[in-house]
Write a protein that binds this ligand. Structure first.
Ligand code: FCB
Length: 458
């Protein structure tokens, strides 16, 4: 049997987020988030489901860490709920919320699992949205205050910090398409939100470092996709380039190069050029590591009906799909290599090319129990194996990929799609809160133990 070894200190983990698992939405002094408000409006979420209880991780956290131990995880990526710490977003601190994360972090460290703490995975305090949310510049400064507080509190133990999860989705799904909280459909607000999210990254990074109790690493998590044109026609090729600019370069350029591609897009520049103030890009241009969430590629065609960008997505026939996306493992290799090579060439000191990490990768599968009580999620095993192989190839090509996190530890609340889409290595019965490790969980534990893909299981 041939096995493919990973670097010795490769970080194997899983990822999750506060709103998707914690539940306890109004317990122990937590303030409401925009997701609490959004899910409580009938018709917003599939089956009108909410994250009110979700995985009840707020009460089951110890059991959940035990599951991580059983899987042999080296790291756990989670997010903290801003309104659990500051019920209004700023001002009064909720001590019980701080205590919850204190206990979680201590127990993770006791079990030798490295915490990767993400400050924002979409659950903006409703109080902040009432002030205008991300389209408002002040939000970046409020976020930095929250980040500073968290660093003062936890940086004695937490070394790896993530400011944002997928700011493209925060802005795009939340303020442009309106499919996510706060459910706003205003292109201009979304464009402003992108800049303020990036600015908040820069300000928070500075704040975290300035009060940290030890040297820490501060990164961001982006959902980057290789963008492919639907055909070779000039229109489609240009549409794909525009989409690449807004999904990938709009984030990578400011973070890595301290420049913005907005000025290249005439209409965008006219609408939003003045949102970027002098000095902002220098502030944003700081990254210790780059987290990449990868699920699929995006195929784009020209479509004049779509506002501003004149693009729409195509689903090529004959390819393999999950319940949400095309399955396209090669795209992960393409992405890691092209991002690394393109930006390494352009980057200017003092910023250096950050290390990279796959911070999410996974597949929804309609899992269920077999007669003997097992969950044979072979499709997930295949998907993960194929993608881990691409990570391996990228490392061999010289890309410094330091870790890989499966989305997700457990089945959980999948935003607008509710509980129907199961992504976990662990099955959750949402009526009883019983957790059961799926075959993919056992498989991943083996990968971690061997520090390599085990062909036998492919
Ligand atoms: C990512 C999100 C994560 C989860 C997965 C499936 O975009 O970061 O919360 O919903 O998709």
């Amino acid at each position: 049997m041939t096995t493919i070894p990973f670097p010795k200190d490769f970080i194997w983990g899983t990822a999750s987020s506060a709103y998707q698992i914690e539940g306890a939405w109004n317990e122990d002094g937590k303030g409401p988030s925009i997701w609490d408000t959004f899910t409580h409006v009938p018709g917003r979420i599939a089956n009108n489901e909410t994250g009110d209880i979700a995985n009840d991780h707020y009460h089951h956290w110890k059991e959940d860490i035990h599951l991580m131990v059983e899987l042999g995880l080296k790291a756990y990526r989670f997010s903290t709920s801003w309104p659990r710490i500051f019920p209004e977003g700023r001002g009064t601190v909720n001590k019980k919320g701080v205590d919850f994360y204190d206990r979680l972090i201590d127990e993770l460290l006791r079990k030798k699992i490295e915490p990767f703490l993400c400050l924002y995975h979409w659950d903006l305090p409703q109080g902040m949205q009432d002030l205008g949310g991300w389209p408002v510049r002040e939000m970046a400064y409020y976020f930095a205050e929250y980040a500073r507080f968290m660093s003062e509190k936890f940086s004695d133990r937490v070394k790896n910090w993530i400011t944002h999860n997928e700011p493209f989705v925060t802005a795009g799904a939340g303020y442009f398409m309106g499919e996510h909280a706060p459910g706003i459909k205003e292109p201009l607000s979304a464009i402003k939100a992108i800049h303020h999210l990036l600015l908040s990254h820069g300000l928070a990074t500075e704040a975290i470092h300035s009060v940290s109790k030890q040297p820490v690493s501060v990164g961001i998590v982006l959902n980057l996709n290789p963008i492919h044109p639907a055909t070779n026609s000039r229109k489609d090729v240009e549409a794909a380039r525009r989409f690449d600019t807004i999904q990938n370069r709009a984030f990578l350029d400011p973070l890595l190069l301290g420049t913005s591609p907005i000025s290249e897009m005439k209409l965008l520049n006219r609408l939003a050029g003045s949102v970027i103030k002098p000095g902002d890009l220098e502030l944003i241009n700081h990254l210790d590591f780059l987290g990449v969430n990868y699920y699929t590629r995006t195929v784009i065609k020209h479509d004049s009906k779509f506002p501003i960008f004149a693009t729409s997505q195509v689903h090529p026939k004959g390819n393999e799909y999950s319940g949400m996306w095309e399955i396209y493992p090669n795209g992960l290799y393409e992405l890691l290599v092209t991002v690394y090579e393109n930006y390494s060439k352009q980057i200017k000191s003092p910023q250096t090319m950050p290390t990279m990490m796959v911070t999410e990768n996974g597949i929804p599968v309609p899992d269920g129990f077999d007669f003997d009580g097992k969950i044979r999620d072979e499709r997930r095993i295949r998907y993960l194996g194929q993608h881990i192989l691409q990570v391996q190839k990228a490392i061999q090509k010289g890309v410094p990929v330091k870790g890989y996190f499966v989305w997700s530890l457990m089945d959980n609340f999948e935003w607008a799609l509710g509980y129907d889409k199961r992504f976990g290595l662990v099955y959750v019965d949402f009526k009883t809160q019983k957790r059961t490790i799926k075959d993919s969980g056992k498989w991943f534990a083996e990968v971690i133990k061997l520090n390599s893909l085990n062909n036998k299981l492919e």
